[in-house]
Design a protein around this ligand. Sequence first.
Ligand SMILES: Nc1ncnc2c1ncn2[C@@H]1O[C@H](COP(=O)(O)OP(=O)(O)OP(=O)(O)O)[C@@H](O)[C@H]1O
Ligand SMILES: [Mg+2]
Length: 474
Amino acid sequence: MSASTSAPANSAPVAHNALPPPSTSSAARSSRIAPHSHIKGLGLSPEGFANLDTAGFIGQNNAREACGVVVDLVKSRKFSGRALLLAGAPGTGKTALALAISHELGAKVPFCPMVGSEVYSTEVKKTEVLAEVFRRAIGLRIKETKEVYEGEVTELTPSESENPLSGYGKTVSHVIVGLKTVKGTKQLRLDPSIYEAILKEKIVVGDVIYVEANTGAVKRVGRSDAYASSYDLESETYVPLPKGDVHKRKELVQDVTLGDLDAANARPQGGQDIMSVMGSLVKSGRTEVTDKLRREVNKVVKSYVDQGVAEVVPGVVFIDEVHMLDIECFTYLNALLESPMAPTVIFATNRGNALVRGTTDVISPHGIPVDLLDRCLIVKTDSYTREQVSKVVQLRANVEGLKFGDGVLDKLAGEGEKSSLRYALQLLTPASILASLAGRTQIDIDDISEMNELFLDAKTSASMISESGAAFGS
Ligand SMILES: Nc1ncnc2c1ncn2[C@@H]1O[C@H](COP(=O)(O)OP(=O)(O)OP(=O)(O)O)[C@@H](O)[C@H]1O
Ligand SMILES: [Mg+2]
């Protein structure tokens, strides 16, 4: 009897694994990056000059060239212990520059943006928030050659048998999986625990999968492109039929971040996917990411790197509105910058001289204490000309698939010059909604004028309030 209860009990933790691995709030991240989707890089010539408006970047030549130098320094590992500070008025492309730098550093480089004020929370210590962002910005590429069975699934038949130990129902005794490659086919008879993994990964006939020979871990690579059809979901990835034998040695590459590893080790789940395996690097009963746990994870990671199994990919931490941090955070940042595995750090601010938060009398440039400022290379962003605003607006319109009627671009450029590039860009979406409500496919000049009456730009709003300030005051 005990055996019959132990069988489902054994499989229970596997099913429990259906919990997704800890995510790094990627949804929040992509929404923050979306307005910059036209930025593909710094757009510099091989000599490092920004004489053309390429890679989605318009003007801002000095800043782009300076950022190019920083990229070179980072690539030649001469930027450690330092940081880049982007200083300039709102809407002058500071966030866009930071993103472009991370693009230039490589496709799989983690980019972790945060806003200074994110450190203030009642649950988590300020320094803890910073430490976590820094860990998420260090990528780890793990390479392993493993014995696998890989191919397109041609058959998936669970074989049921009477459960000999209880009178009720049937259990899956094994599962027959047929795999096909260009070279041949093979039929595997697999353990029922693998069947659960197959169900979990939602694998069906026609998918390309591989099964690790030693662990039995199953991974779906994608849908075989023989099954590609026009009405399939766009999110599906199609892959060619694998070459070679079904049974072979394969190099597997997995990208994780130190932040992922910390989180996984703090909540070990058991199971077969890579995050669960990586989640049991360190044997700990802890449920919280502590400095000790991080040190232990570091130790294991270091040994992986020494053995050539893993490669560290330093990413980019971007702290916007850095003047919102306080003295405690700044002091901690000094320490983080010094740590051996530090990512590239970029700050942005639109403040001039300001009080350093958390002090009563320390006034410092950009609200950053001088000892940290000393480590920064400072790059200034300039405001845009009418012509440049018009080019950026046109770029965004192309990305968002919007069309302009006569004179619209000129009008928007004028608005941008008068207030800011940001304001001109912000008028785009509501104006397009107005146009589509009126049944037009292109934005007309009236839409812009109407939006202008409904909404105020920052400068107009401020001046209106100060004019009627007496009324507000009394
Ligand atoms: N030189 C440029 N070329 C193309 N697009 C740009 C350029 N500068 C800014 N943009 C775009 O304009 C918008 C506003 O720029 P961004 O958010 O980078 O400004 P910011 O300096 O970070 O402003 P804030 O201080 O308010 O955070 C974004 O959509 C950005 O992609
Ligand atoms: Mg910004």
